[in-house]
Design a protein around this ligand. Structure first.
Ligand code: HEC
Ligand code: HEC
Length: 209
C-alpha cells in the first residue's frame, strides 16, 4: 500500500533503489545478496534509502520516518531487527535482508551525522497535545529525554517525527507485534489502564506538536 502509493510520485532514486535491491524485494528468494552490492560505497548504499527517507534522512512523510540525526547504534540495531523480522514492518524487512551488518554500519554512520529535522506543517490538536506533554513527562521522558529528541537515548525520535509513523509504531508496541523494552511495556500498560486509550492519542498529538 505505502509502496504503491509512493511509486506514483517516485523520484528516479527509488527506481534505482528498487533495481539495486531487486533480490531483497523478491520475498521468497532465499539466495544471498547479489555480488553487485558487496563492498558498495556508502554513497551507493544510502542512495537506496534517499528515495523514501530523503537524502539527509529527513522524510517528506507522513508514513515514512525521519532517520537523519538518529544514533548510529539505533539505526544499526533497528536494521538488524527488520532483517530478522523481530521488528514488524511494511517494507523495511525486505530491504534490510539485502544488506550486511557492515553495510548497516555505513548507513548508521551516514544518517547519524545528519541533523535531526522535525517534521514541518503537521496538524495537531493543541488541547490533546497539552495532555500528552504531561503524560510524556510522567511515563516516557525517563528514556525519551527532551521530548524524545535526544539521539543518545538510542530510542528513536518522538517529538517532530511524522505523526502517521508514530501512530503506527505505537500501535505495534501496544498490540505486541513489536516487542517493547520491558519497562516501556510496563509504563504503556500502566498509562492506558489509568488514563484510557485517549492517552495514546494525546501523546501522538504532543509529538506532532
Ligand atoms: C520504499 C521506501 C523505503 C526505502 C527505500 C527505505 N525505507 Fe526505511 N523505512 C520505510 C518505512 C515505510 C519505514 C517504517 C517501517 C516499515 O513499515 O517498513 C521505514 C523505517 C526505517 C527505520 C526505522 C526508523 C525508526 O524510527 O525506528 C530505519 C532506521 C530505516 N527505515 C532505515 C532505512 C535505510 C538505512 C534505508 C536504505 C538502505 C531505507 N530505510 C530504505 C521506507 C523505506
Ligand atoms: C525504560 C525505557 C523506556 C520507557 C520508559 C519508554 N520507552 Fe519508548 N523506547 C525505549 C527504547 C530503548 C526504544 C528503542 C526501540 C526498542 O527497543 O524497541 C523505544 C522506542 C520507542 C518508540 C519507537 C521509536 C521509533 O522511532 O520507531 C516509540 C514510539 C516509543 N518508544 C514510545 C514510548 C512512549 C509513548 C513511552 C511512554 C508511555 C515510552 N516509549 C517509554 C525505551 C523506553
Amino acid at each position: 500500500m505505502i509502496v504503491s502509493s509512493f511509486i506514483k510520485k517516485a523520484p528516479l532514486a527509488l527506481g534505482m533503489a528498487l533495481l539495486i535491491s531487486q533480490s531483497a524485494f523478491a520475498a521468497d528468494d532465499k539466495k544471498e545478496k547479489p555480488e553487485l552490492l558487496t563492498g558498495a560505497s556508502t554513497d551507493m548504499i544510502v542512495n537506496t534509502c534517499a528515495g523514501c527517507h530523503g537524502p539527509d534522512g529527513y522524510s517528506r512523510g507522513p508514513a515514512i520516518p525521519t532517520i537523519g540525526g538518529m544514533a548510529k547504534t539505533y539505526i544499526v540495531e533497528t536494521m538488524e531487527g527488520f532483517k530478522s523480522e523481530e521488528i514488524p514492518s511494511t517494507i523495511m524487512g525486505r530491504i534490510a535482508k539485502g544488506y550486511t551488518t557492515e553495510e548497516f554500519e555505513q548507513m548508521g554512520d551516514y544518517f547519524s551525522a545528519k541533523p535531526y529535522v522535525e517534521a514541518k506543517g503537521q496538524e495537531s490538536d493543541k488541547k490533546l497535545a497539552a495532555k500528552g506533554k504531561k503524560l510524556h513527562k510522567k511515563y516516557c521522558e525517563k528514556c525519551h529525554s527532551e521530548g524524545g529528541t535526544e539521539a543518545e537515548d538510542e530510542a528513536g525520535m518522538l517529538t517532530g517525527q511524522w505523526k502517521a509513523y508514530t501512530a503506527a509504531s505505537l500501535t505495534d508496541y501496544i498490540s505486541g507485534d513489536r516487542k517493547a523494552p520491558k519497562k516501556m511495556k510496563k509504563k504503556l500498560k500502566k498509562m492506558i489502564k489509568k488514563k484510557g486509550k485517549e492517552s495514546v492519542e494525546a501523546l501522538i498529538e504532543y509529538y506532532a506538536k
